[in-house]
Design a protein around this ligand. Structure first.
Ligand code: SF4
Length: 370
């Protein structure tokens, strides 16, 4: 099976892998959405707001690659909140109904509550509020939860790969305690957030933690989601042998509690949902490697410096920042976005499962979010 190259490249190189926005091309629309070449609508925009993170997780920002010599982006290179809001507003006018703030670690972007407040004020063409969520490592969630709730954020997804302190601190590689992340989750719950927990399951590292995490969150309203370890980026040295198939995680949980599958919340939901028969809540399985879900993928990713990526495994992003700063009108940006999405045919995970994944370096997850 062909897998993507795992040569370590300095992630800063990724920042210059840009494509100019297309000057020509058709815009395909149907049912209020732009449609790509496979008929998929764009309704989920993930917005990365910083390339900084205070963790050095092995699968995302490994220490050997993100060294003290790593050049993070300067503030002037980041999109401003006004620029992010402008792009988000154009996307929302054209069908996007979900916005997710990511990083790096989004809570490290100063004044992030202000951005949340601006985005929370957006409305769909029919006047509906937008679904806004944030993915965070939870390290400063306890401190920020109140301000985020007041700004209008309702959902957070916390990355938590283990509860066992040795394993968790080994994962984040900076000795940050799991107990503090759990305290952040408790604070978020107290502030009324809907909380999900994302756990990347890696063979030989944290398989046993899946049951422990499931147990910890049973009956709390928190929904854990167990994710197959993916070959995102080029710096984590991914190997297929390190992937724990979702089926195996399910068997491990089902050995302990009786579970039943439940319907997806909406077509194209990335997680398959399962509930405990005793009523203690639900959990999800994201089979990103063993059961590709590209067919329904309706997500685009905006990097902190204004590149639009059409796939988590993309190599190049479209340079929207130059357009924004070059005096383009909203109409011109809208047309450019429509053309970019209409020409999209990305389906990396499907191709990987067919052994046809292109052999090329990929953008780092810390650059466009997970
Ligand atoms: S591989 Fe790319 S196209 Fe497929 S589900 Fe993931 S992000 Fe979407």
């Amino acid at each position: 099976m062909a897998v993507a190259r795992t040569i370590p490249i300095e992630p800063a190189e990724n920042a210059i892998r840009t494509l100019p926005v297309p000057q020509t091309g058709d815009v395909t629309r149907e049912g209020g959405f732009w449609r790509d070449r496979l008929g998929r609508p764009l309704h989920d925009l993930r917005i990365s707001v910083t390339d900084h993170c205070n963790f050095r997780c092995r699968y995302c920002m490994p220490k050997e690659v993100f060294t003290s010599r790593h050049r993070f982006l300067a503030m002037t290179e980041l999109l401003t909140f006004e620029e992010i809001e402008r792009l988000a507003a154009i996307a929302v006018r054209n069908g996007v109904v979900k916005l997710r703030l990511t990083g790096g670690e989004p809570l490290l972007r100063r004044g992030i509550e202000t951005l949340v407040e601006r985005l929370a004020a957006l409305r769909t063409p029919s006047g509906e509020p937008i679904d806004i969520a944030m993915t965070t490592n939870g390290s400063i969630l306890a401190k920020k939860a109140r301000a985020l709730a007041e700004a209008g954020l309702k959902r957070v997804t916390v990355s938590l790969d283990a509860i066992d302190e040795d394993i968790f601190q080994g994962f984040n590689d900076v000795g940050f305690p799991a107990a503090k992340v759990l305290a952040g989750i408790d604070t978020a719950l107290a502030e009324g957030f809907q909380v999900k927990v994302n756990t990347v399951v890696k063979r030989g590292v944290n398989e046993a933690e899946t049951v422990r995490i499931a147990e910890h969150f049973r009956g709390t309203g928190v929904i854990p989601r167990f994710i197959e370890y993916m070959d995102v980026g080029t710096s984590n040295g991914w190997r297929m042998t390190e992937v724990v198939p979702s089926r195996e995680t399910l068997d491990r949980i089902a050995e302990r509690w009786a579970v039943d599958p439940i319907d997806p919340n909406y077509p194209g939901e990335t997680a398959s949902r399962w509930r405990y028969r005793d009523g203690a809540g639900e959990f999800g399985l994201i089979s990103s490697v063993t059961q590709a879900f590209c067919r329904d993928c309706s997500r685009a990713r905006l990097s902190m410096d204004g590149r639009l990526y059409l796939c988590l495994f993309a190599t190049q992003g479209y340079d929207l920042r130059t357009m924004l700063r070059g005096g383009a009108t909203d109409e011109e940006i809208e047309t450019a976005l429509g053309r970019i999405w209409s020409a999209r045919e990305d389906r990396y995970s499907e191709l990987r499962s067919l052994g046809l994944a292109p052999d090329r370096p990929k953008i780092e997850m810390s650059y466009i979010g997970g």
